[in-house]
Design a protein around this ligand. Sequence first.
Ligand code: GLN
Length: 513
Amino acid sequence: MKTLLSTQEQLKKGDVQLTDITGQYLDKIRKDNSSVNAFVDVDEDSVQKQANHIQSKIDSGKAGKLAGSVIGIKDVICERGKKVTCASNILRNFESVYDATVIQKLQKEDALFIGRCNMDEFAMGSSTENSIHGPTRNPRNTDHVSGGSSGGSAAAVAADMCDVSLGSDTGGSIRQPASYCGVVGVKPTYSRVSRYGLVAYASSFDCIGPFSKNVTDSAMILQEIAGHDPMDNSSSDKPVGNYMDAVNNPGGKLRIGVPEEYFGDGLDEEIRSIIESSLDELKGDGAELVPVKLPHTPYGIATYYILATAEASSNLARYDGVRYGHRADFEELEKELGMERSAIEQEIKIAVGTSKEEATERLMKLDSPLARLYKKSRTEGFGKEVKRRILLGTYVLSAGYYDAYYAKAQKVRRLIKQDFDSVFSDVDVIVSPTAPTTAFKLGENQDDPVQMYLNDVYTISANLAGICGISLPAGTHSNGLPVGIQFMANSFSETDLFRAARRHELLSGFSEG
Ligand code: GLN
């Protein structure tokens, strides 16, 4: 039974050294990362330095609460001095000058950062195939995807290249890859964890959360990264629950809602029966199963892909190649525009220096040098899926369509939230499969974005409602791939989430620990 806590015990006793642990992980990365592609950047010198530093703190009895943990970080979370590419060409050379709040918090408790994890570009996707670094493959079967968008973070933990990792979940990007790779993944309540230093995709949905090999380790990480942050106005100042207590004492009454909408058409039959046997086990263990209804579920995907793309189109407007981000080659521009370099530079200076109105006016002239620089930089910088979303988001926000799409989707979002409010007045948690299928083959959904979006059918509503969710292993499909079970709990009820998940884990014996 290997958990972070048991590793810490061994480190404290001197049975093992942190350099041995990191050495094993680095060996594993050297051996398997070329096929799995979970990590896009591993700095062995830095790992060595961190290991020595933390080991000396352990030796002198002054180590923080996470000393001994080796963590991978999704390439969308800022680490000072590290490249933060978001798997995008537009940020290929971007280096962060500051640490995200989650990084600061983990560092303060002596966590060790082993490397940067692959992802879908700007966290848009469900397979980690939309990445300038190439796809992440599923460690359980490398012909299959790892899920996404935090596929690198999930695969790194599943392939035993680190203990835990951080990902981000905007519509399922922690839970779905956790399910596909057979690990635990937690999406906390919206605003429970600071987003300061998380590159924005859809700000009213984005959440940072952990991946781990067992429920307890995720609880331990979330315990440290949760809480109010003055650097993120939207972060909640509600007190953080005692997650470790929840996993240590998961017993007691548990009412589990079973929503019929999450077990309908489109669900793989074997997954259905695996989840149903998990439910039988929970029932046998004393949990009460309550049939519930979440009637607006069928509108979740459409609502999400309107609102999230609208927010994305606005958030991604900042990548203009002038202030920062990839800038188109001047020589090519000179040729295309027939302008001297100095004239183009002058144009950029005016745009950056003048008032916003004047800059906008210049940009409205679509053939102005500045507009053409923006266009070329963004055309080269963004991948196909990101462009699709910027276009979709701009469309739903445009004056003529705003009411029909964006405003309407906001109303549906409220209805979805109300569905959950009424169910949670009666049950502690809701249970469902995490995804309708197991990990699909690489390339299988690449030409069909709608099919790709349908993958998010069971995860997306939690983001629309802002509630928390967890995915953990429930079994193995006859195709050899993992099947995940999802629990969702009301906003700020992570303790219920951990209690239910830990109970399931103990019954199933599937996770390590
Ligand atoms: N698959 C969803 C999307 O493509 C969710 C992504 C996420 O949670 N970051 O938008």
